[in-house]
Write a protein that binds this ligand. Structure first.
Ligand SMILES: [Mg+2]
Length: 256
């Protein structure tokens, strides 16, 4: 059996979930009449409550979107017409959720080589599994590691201390969660960014990592994630890939 265990972030690494495009607009529409004016839209209030919970290091409840919705609606919560979980299930349908084109060929090849793969996501399993089921990728994933099953969320290093083994490599699109978490846990960190210029895409893995502009690239990404400071050492990825196809190059470099 292949000893390698790879953990994958899900959202914007393998797939696009229905939250931003479908679920949150439904929440805004249905919940807005229940709330007092001022304080922003329902989803803005939910995101603020999520950030407040993260600031209190409430790693699990920060991603419990149904509890967050109940909290912001207070005594009106009994009037809610649906749960977030309902809405995710409703929208976990072809055409409403997407898989990146490079995902299935790579998961297939790694699976045929006996590489163990798991999901390592900050979305609770009940919000993620309907989407991975719809997209046909659940069967490649040995297990789901989520805040509700781990008791932690990325970037806490204990998040990666999986009961079925320590991953060798973690792949994700976010610097603040995926890369910082993997580096803290001493897991090889692979940042996937499918939006880079051809200049970057033409460079080898090593050339990208040693390029003088590499920290600027990471800084630009961090700004998009809401951070102003320059990247710290733990936010610098071990590898940058521009397509999931390049993950196999990373594995070859590690085990030539
Ligand atoms: Mg992600």
């Amino acid at each position: 059996m292949n000893p390698i265990l790879i953990s994958f972030d899900l959202d914007h690494t393998l797939m696009v979930n229905p939250f931003r495009r479908w679920v949150f607009p439904d929440v805004d529409k249905a919940v807005h009449p229940l709330l007092s004016s001022g304080g922003g839209t329902p989803v803005r209030r939910m995101v603020q409550e999520h950030l407040d919970r993260l600031a209190r290091r409430e790693w699990v409840s920060a991603y419990d979107w149904d509890d967050i919705l109940r909290t912001i609606t207070g005594e009106k919560k009994s009037h809610l017409p649906f749960t977030v979980e309902d809405r995710v299930r409703h929208y976990a349908k072809p055409g409403r959720v997407w898989l990146f084109a490079d995902v299935l060929p790579v998961l297939n090849r790694l699976h045929s080589q006996g590489v163990r793969m798991v999901a390592a996501t900050n979305g609770w399993e009940k919000y993620q599994r309907p989407v991975t089921d719809c997209l046909g990728i659940t069967r490649y994933l040995d297990s789901f590691h989520t805040p509700d099953t781990r008791g932690f969320a990325k970037p806490h290093p204990d998040f990666f201390d999986f009961p079925n083994g320590h991953p060798l490599v973690h792949i994700g699109d976010r610097i603040d969660q995926d890369i910082a978490g993997a580096n803290r846990a001493k897991v090889v960190s692979v940042w996937i960014n499918r939006h880079l210029t051809e200049e970057w895409r033409l460079r080898s893995l090593k050339e990208r990592r040693t390029h003088p502009d590499f920290p600027h690239l990471v800084h630009r990404q961090l700004k998009q994630e809401g951070w102003e400071d320059s990247p710290s050492d733990e936010q610098i990825p071990d590898y940058l890939i521009t397509s999931l196809e390049e993950l196999e190059k990373v594995l070859n470099l590690m085990h030539p």
